[in-house]
Design a protein around this ligand. Structure first.
Ligand SMILES: Cc1cc2nc3c(=O)[nH]c(=O)nc-3n(C[C@H](O)[C@H](O)[C@H](O)COP(=O)(O)OP(=O)(O)OC[C@H]3O[C@@H](n4cnc5c(N)ncnc54)[C@H](O)[C@@H]3O)c2cc1C
Length: 445
C-alpha cells in the first residue's frame, strides 16, 4: 500500500515534501529493504573484525541516496539552516517510511544518535566545533555517540550523572564510566558528546551542575570496554558501549555552550529526536502488520479448515493494529506540528505523550504479528523479533516511560486548583437554578 498522508495534515505538507516522500518510498522499497539482509551478511562474524569494519553496502546506499537529494532530511527548516528544508511534520512523515528498513535512515544520513548530535552541534556548538565535527557529520564522513548514562548511577534522573570533570590550566580532565553509549563501538565513530559533572561548579541549583564536553574517540585514557547486547542482539557495527575515562584530557575549548549548561543542552537535544524515533517505530509497525496479513493469508497454512485470517480473533488483531497505528501517527504528527509552530519546549506534553504511547503500541502490534507467525515469528527468518527487541528498548532509552508519566501526571494534576474552582462556580450556579425553578436541592442526575 503506497504511503498516504493523513487527511488532517494534508494542507501542512508542501509539494516538494510530497515529491520527496515518493522518492524516499521508492528508494526504501527498492533499495533499502532488499539491502537489509546483505547488510547483516556483511557484518563480520570474526570476533576480531566485528567492531573494526562496517558493511560496504552502506557506502553504496549513501551515494545513491545522496545523488537523489535524499540527505540530511531531519534538520527542520523551522529551526536550522543546514538541513534539506522540511518541517518537523514533513520529516515525521518521511521518518515513518525510513522505519520500514534497517538500513534506510543511515543511508540518508538520518540515523540516531547522529541526528540528535548534529542538532546539538548546530544549535549550541561554536564555529570551531561546528567546523571540526558538524561538517563531517553532515557530510556522512564520520559518526558520533552521546554519552550520558552511567553504569553506577540511576541515570533516568540526569542530576545523578557524576562523571568527574576538573579544570587544569587550559585543559579539562575527565574520569568515570559511561554505558549504553550507542554508536561508540562503530569504527567510524569519531566524537563523543559527554555529559559530566564539574568539580568547579558550586552552583546550588542541581540543574546547573552538569556540563557537556566533546571528546574525540581515541583520546588517550578512553577505553571502549565492551559492547552491550539488547535481548542478545549486539547491534554491530554500531553497538552500545561501556566506555571508561581515565584522566582523559581535552582542551577547554571542547566545552559546549559553557560550564553548567548541560541540562539545557540535553533538553534541547531530545525533543525532535523522540518524534523521529516514534515515527520510525510506526514504520516498523506498518511493516509488522504487512507481515501479519501476508502470513495469515498464506493458502498453505490453514488450521481447523480455514485460512488463519478467517478466524475471528485474527481479524480483530488486524483491525486493532490498524486502529492503533493510525492513532499513534496522529499523536506524533500533532507533536511535530506543535514543534514547528513554536519549539520543542512548548510541545513537551505532546512529545511526552507520543514517547510513552507509541513504543508500547508498536510493541503490541509486533507482538500480534509475531504470534500470528507461530514459532516462525520469534526466529531469524522474519524481521519481527529483531524489530520487537529494538522498539522495546524505546520504553527505556531517552528516559523510561515512568519518568515521563510522572512528569505528565504532575503537570496534569497541577490543574487541580483550577478544576476545583470551576466546579465550585458550577455548583453555585446550579444551586441558583434550583432556587429559580423551585426544585428541591437533591441531585437529579
Ligand atoms: C538500546 C539502548 C540505547 C541507549 N542509548 C543511549 C545512548 O546512546 N546514550 C546514553 O547516554 N544512554 C543511552 N541509553 C540509556 C538510557 O537512556 C537509560 O537506560 C535510561 O535513561 C534509564 O536510565 P537507567 O538505565 O540508569 O535506569 P534507572 O535510572 O536505574 O531507572 C530504572 C527504572 O526505574 C524506574 N523509575 C525511574 N524513575 C522513576 C520515576 N520517577 N517513577 C517511577 N519509576 C521510575 C523506571 O522503571 C526505570 O526504568 C540507551 C538505552 C538502551 C536500552
Amino acid at each position: 500500500m503506497p504511503f498516504e498522508i493523513p487527511a488532517i495534515v494534508q494542507d501542512r505538507v508542501s509539494n516538494r515534501a510530497r515529491e520527496t516522500m515518493k522518492k524516499i518510498e521508492h528508494f526504501v522499497e527498492t533499495e533499502c529493504i532488499p539491502a537489509d539482509e546483505i547488510y547483516e551478511a556483511q557484518i563480520s562474524k570474526e570476533p576480531s573484525l566485528r567492531w573494526k569494519t562496517y558493511p560496504p553496502i552502506m557506502d553504496d546506499l549513501k551515494k545513491k541516496a545522496r545523488a537523489q537529494g535524499l540527505w540530511n532530511l531531519f534538520l527542520s527548516k523551522t529551526h536550522y539552516s543546514q538541513g534539506a528544508g522540511f518541517t518537523n511534520l514533513e520529516y515525521g512523515l518521511m521518518a515513518e517510511i525510513l522505519g520500514r528498513s534497517h538500513t534506510a535512515s543511515e543511508s540518508m544520513n538520518c540515523s540516531a544518535p547522529d541526528t540528535g548530535n548534529m542538532e546539538v552541534l548546530a544549535k549550541y556548538g561554536d564555529d570551531a566545533q561546528k567546523k571540526q565535527w558538524l561538517e563531517p557529520l553532515l557530510d556522512g564522513k564520520i559518526r558520533s555517540a552521546f554519552l550520558m548514562t552511567e553504569r553506577f548511577a540511576a541515570s533516568s534522573d540526569a542530576k545523578n550523572i557524576n562523571m568527574h570533570m576538573r579544570t587544569e590550566g587550559n585543559e579539562l580532565v575527565l574520569n568515570g564510566t559511561k554505558w549504553w553509549s550507542s554508536g561508540a563501538c562503530d569504527p567510524r565513530c569519531a566524537v563523543y558528546i559527554v555529559m559530566c559533572k564539574s568539580e568547579l561548579n558550586t552552583s546550588s541549583d542541581p540543574f546547573k551542575q552538569q556540563s557537556v564536553v566533546l571528546v574525540p574517540a581515541g583520546t588517550p585514557g578512553v577505553t571502549v570496554l565492551r559492547p552491550l547486547s539488547v535481548f542478545g542482539y549486539d547491534d554491530a557495527p554500531h553497538g552500545h558501549a561501556e566506555v571508561r575515562f581515565e584522566n582523559v584530557r581535552v582542551p577547554r575549548s571542547n566545552l559546549v555552550l559553557g560550564e553548567g549548561r548541560g541540562f539545557e543542552i540535553i533538553q534541547g537535544r531530545l525533543g525532535p529526536g523522540r518524534i523521529h524515533h516514534c515515527m520510525r517505530s510506526i514504520g516498523a509497525a506498518e511493516r509488522g502488520l504487512d507481515y501479519m496479513i501476508a502470513r495469515v493469508n498464506d493458502p498453505n497454512r490453514r488450521t481447523f479448515g480455514k485460512l488463519i485470517s478467517e478466524h475471528g480473533t485474527i481479524r480483530s488483531w488486524i483491525a486493532e493494529s490498524r486502529i492503533a497505528i493510525d492513532s499513534c501517527r496522529l499523536l506524533v504528527l500533532n507533536a511535530a506540528d506543535k514543534i514547528d509552530r513554536h519549539d520543542a519546549k512548548a510541545a513537551l506534553k505532546e512529545i511526552a505523550m507520543a514517547k510513552i504511547v507509541v513504543p508500547r503500541t508498536v510493541c503490541d502490534v509486533l507482538d500480534k504479528a509475531i504470534q500470528a507467525h507461530g514459532a516462525g515469528g520469534v526466529c531469524q527468518d522474519f524481521p519481527l523479533a529483531r524489530m520487537y527487541a529494538g522498539i522495546r528498548t524505546l520504553r527505556i532509552a531517552d528516559g523510561p516511560d515512568e519518568v515521563h508519566l510522572a512528569q505528565m501526571g504532575r503537570n496534569e494534576n497541577g490543574r487541580a486548583a483550577e478544576i476545583i474552582k470551576k466546579h465550585e462556580k458550577q455548583e453555585a450556579r446550579r444551586a441558583e437554578l434550583f432556587r429559580q425553578y423551585k426544585i428541591d436541592g437533591k441531585s437529579h442526575l
